[in-house]
Ligand binder design. Structure first.
Ligand code: 26V
Length: 807
């Protein structure tokens, strides 16, 4: 059901915005002005829907989920909102009357890149599903001035440029100066009892203002709007007049900058927790403002803080917002006079936690001194939580120091945020079956032993509306024609597509639409990077953050192997193929940057050999982001998901590729395992060790040389790396792989190499039979329904948040 608005109104609304904000008419407006004016009219519609939504919420008094996350990787909004409101064609027609192409306006919008990768994009997909399914929900995050850096490749090397998204992105933010809050940092606190009541006083603290901006996200064919509230930090005293009068201009501004820097920039690292003060301030700023907001709203609506768990579910997406636990304790005790036990019970019933990584270096900890200095009251509460917990642990496991050490919230003078989150909340979930098992049996096994009832799984999901309907219109049209349109709201209907697995016409259509998507991608890449790729070659894609555990290097080893073969024998019968990479490395992650450099140099080297390039091409997509993913995924035929088993919590691009008909070439890791179960072994290319085998090999001692000495292929690959590509050798990478340098390959690329190549040949063989390959592709699309974000959200709503839908 489309939002009801006439073409005349649309036209008038756009004209009015153009006139009021830019002083131009349709005819004279620039594309940028048109994009902004059009977007403003869409925001007005969303505000109207929001008003209706608020009325319903007031009447129905439903429980609501508050999704706290440091990252929301939203991408572009104009197209998404027009689709979800069912207004694409109406807007297209209005604009066409003035010779304006709606697609051109989409291209004016910058990505809201307020996230690093999977975790942030998942949060954004979930906002879509929550609104579409009519669940009462609100997201909270930060309004970063700069999102994830823009990647520029300079002579093969990644450099980082600021992502200045606000000039084009701010149109989507609705300022809410009526809801400003205050957050306190630093100083020291005193506790006194007055009339038997605890009175906490703050001294010498710094108060920062939290200014909310609402990002409204419409549901698809639903009148529900989810608000994503982004907090901006502001100084209360913007200006120190005294210093200014004395001529000390820098000092006059210093206080203001100290406050404003908090939400200046998204931390661009998702590989290890660095314990930086500013990051801690960001996290506390987010949770303090959000929890105050939640509590204020609850009191206003219901009057009694004790009913909070009946009306609010607070979800912490990874441990980054885990300080909401002591913050809620603080507010319940210090501001609302509750006792410890009562407050603790409310926190427990309200908070739930999702873990997104088992990588030890990414599990967050905070140094006690840093917390004490930055958040003195929070420090006291955390110490008290731990003291009480340790008393219980000691009682349960007398004199068992191992248990105490593994469960304690404090280790080596650091607070462990995962331990806090598991202890305080009522639910802990992993993001794929395998990951949830690893959490229980390994990462947090001692917690699982004493509180098994808290542990559960919710396998990730993606919004198939953005990732197929909007980004792959040709496939969407084929689905609509064959199985009808119900899949749009109910992805489980995709199963009906399986009826066509032996229908030659449909298989032909699948092949031809993929080819058209490949042509589109080639044209886009030519325009964007002046790079040629041949749409007649197989498109084999690996796009994700660059991290050693994701093993882009293993893919590179395979490419060098093929390159070596072609150099030796240019007539080698090989399916022409193009390897597409897209990846950002954390700015301080040197090894990851070297892998990017290697990919770029191989690409350059191949370009110097035009005959080889026809059969084997490599391209690196600069500045991989949500918008480029939307172009790449529908055109890909092979999806590389080759992390070392046990390391990738779930993966979500694997789901996006699958639903677009690409075949997974991957290890039994994360959600690949469930993809394999869904499509069956014949329709996926699985290779490598299982998570169990990985552990065994690691424990018995991985010796890369053993693999190297037994493989003439690996020897030649290493020789080639030493010799170099396009005049540059890669000795550091050689040392990494052979365990000769300071950084060595813990992710055991060599151990999986042989099987990777073996399965590559099986895949390649299948690919030579297009119809057979198309059938496998069709089966992947048909079985992708379970990886819809809608399914994930239904599980969260039912099993963890206990929500009802808005009527
Ligand atoms: C971690 C850290 C560590 C401290 C510094 C800042 C920072 C920022 C982000 C992260 C997030 C790492 C966790 C993450 O993104 N996990 C990914 O979550 C996806 C959604 O569940 C999942 O599909 C991926 O497998 C998982 O790697």
């Amino acid at each position: 059901m489309a939002y009801a608005i006439s073409s005349k109104e649309i036209k008038r609304n756009i004209e009015e915005k153009l006139n009021r904000y830019f002083g131009v008419s349709f005819k004279d407006a620039s594309k940028d002005q048109l994009y902004k004016a059009v977007s403003m009219t869409v925001v007005d519609i969303l505000l109207e829907e929001k008003r209706q939504f608020n009325i319903k919420m007031k009447e129905q008094k439903l429980k609501r989920v508050y999704y706290l996350c440091m990252e929301f990787l939203v991408g572009r909004s104009l197209k998404n909102n027009l689709y979800n409101l069912g207004l694409v064609e109406d807007y297209r027609k209005v604009l066409a009357n003035y010779d304006i192409n709606l697609e051109d306006l989409y291209e004016m919008e910058p990505d809201a890149g307020l996230g690093n990768g999977g975790l942030g994009r998942l949060a954004a997909c979930f906002m879509d599903s929550l609104a579409t399914l009519n669940y009462p929900a609100m997201g909270f995050s930060l309004r970063y001035d700069y999102g994830l850096f823009k990647q520029k490749i300079v002579d093969g090397w990644q450099t980082e440029m600021p992502d200045i998204w606000l000039p084009g992105g701010e149109v989507w933010l609705v300022p809410r100066s009526d809801r400003v809050l205050k957050v306190r940092f630093g100083g020291w606190v005193t506790e006194n009892f007055e009339d038997g009541k605890l009175k906490v006083e703050y001294h010498d603290d710094t108060v920062v203002e939290a200014m909310p901006y609402d990002f409204l996200i419409s549901g698809a064919d639903s009148s529900t709007v989810t608000t994503l509230r982004l907090w901006q930090s502001r100084s209360i005293s913007t200006f120190d007049m005294k210093s200014f009068s004395q001529g000390d201009y820098a000092k006059a501004m210093a206080k203001a900058s100290e406050a404003e820097v908090i939400t200046k920039v998204l931390y661009p690292s998702d590989d290890h927790s660095q314990g930086k003060t500013l990051r801690l301030k960001q996290q506390y700023f987010l949770v303090s403002a959000s929890i105050q907001n939640i509590v204020n709203d609850h009191i206003k609506r219901y009057g009694d803080i004790r009913t909070l768990p009946d009306k609010a579910a607070i979800h912490i997406n990874d441990t980054h917002p885990a300080l909401c636990i002591p913050e809620l304790m603080r507010i319940l005790m210090d501001d609302h006079g509750l006792g410890w036990d009562e407050a603790w019970e409310i926190v427990n019933k309200t908070v739930a936690y999702t873990n997104h990584t088992v990588m030890a270096e990414a599990l967050e900890t905070w140094h006690l001194d840093l917390v004490l200095r930055t958040l003195p009251r929070i420090y006291q509460i955390l110490q008290e939580i731990n003291k009480r917990f340790m008393e219980q642990v000691w009682k349960k496991y007398p004199n068992n120091w191992d248990k105490a050490a593994s469960l304690s919230l404090i280790m080596d003078n650091h607070f462990r945020m995962a331990n806090l989150s598991i202890l305080a909340g009522h639910s802990v979930n992993g993001v794929s079956n395998l990951h949830s098992e690893i959490i229980k049996k390994d990462t947090f096994k001692d917690f699982y032993e004493i509180m098994p009832e808290k542990f559960t799984n919710v396998t990730n999901g993606i919004t198939h509306r953005r990732w197929v309907y909007q980004s792959n219109p040709r496939l969407a049209a084929l689905l609509d024609e064959t199985i009808g349109h119900d899949w749009y709201k109910d992805a489980s209907c995709l199963k009906q597509f399986r009826k066509y697995e032996n229908d030659n016409q449909v298989l032909e259509r699948l092949l031809s639409l993929k080819e058209e998507n490949k042509v589109d991608l080639s044209n886009w890449l030519k325009k964007k990077q002046n790079v040629d790729i041949d749409p007649k070659t197989r498109f084999d894609t690996q796009v994700k953050r660059l991290h050693a555990y994701k093993r882009q290097l293993l893919n590179v080893l395979k490419i060098i192997e093929l390159y070596n073969i072609l150099v030796e024998n240019p007539n080698y019968d090989m399916t022409p193929q193009t390897y597409i990479f897209g990846a950002k490395a954390a700015p301080g992650y040197y090894h990851a940057k070297e892998v990017i450099e290697l990919i770029n140099y191989i690409s350059k080297d191949i370009s110097m050999h035009p005959e080889i390039k026809k059969k084997l091409n490599v391209v690196f997509i600069e500045d991989y982001c949500v918008t480029s993913a939307e172009k790449l995924i529908p055109a890909s035929e092979i999806s590389e998901q080759i992390s070392l088993a046990g390391k990738e919590a779930s993966g979500t691009s694997n789901m996006k590729f699958m639903i677009n008909g690409a075949l997974t070439f991957g290890t039994l890791d994360g959600a690949n395992v469930e993809i394999c179960d869904a499509v069956g072994r014949d329709n996926i290319y699985i290779f490598g060790m299982t998570a169990k085998e990985v552990n065994n090999l690691w424990r018995s001692g991985y010796n890369s040389l053993q693999f190297y000495n037994q493989s003439s292929s690996l020897m030649k690959i290493i020789d080639r790396l030493k010799k170099g590509f396009a005049g540059k050798n890669f000795d550091n990478i050689v040392n990494y792989l052979l365990y000769l340098g300071p950084v060595a390959d813990q992710y055991m690329c060599f151990a999986d190499f042989e099987n990777y190549i073996h399965v590559y040949h099986m895949m390649d063989n299948d690919y030579r039979n297009p119809k057979e390959f198309a059938r496998k592709s069709l089966i992947n699309i048909s079985e992708a329904g379970i990886f819809a974000g809608d399914r994930s959200i239904e599980e969260y709503a039912k099993n963890i948040w206990h929500l009802e839908k808005i009527k």
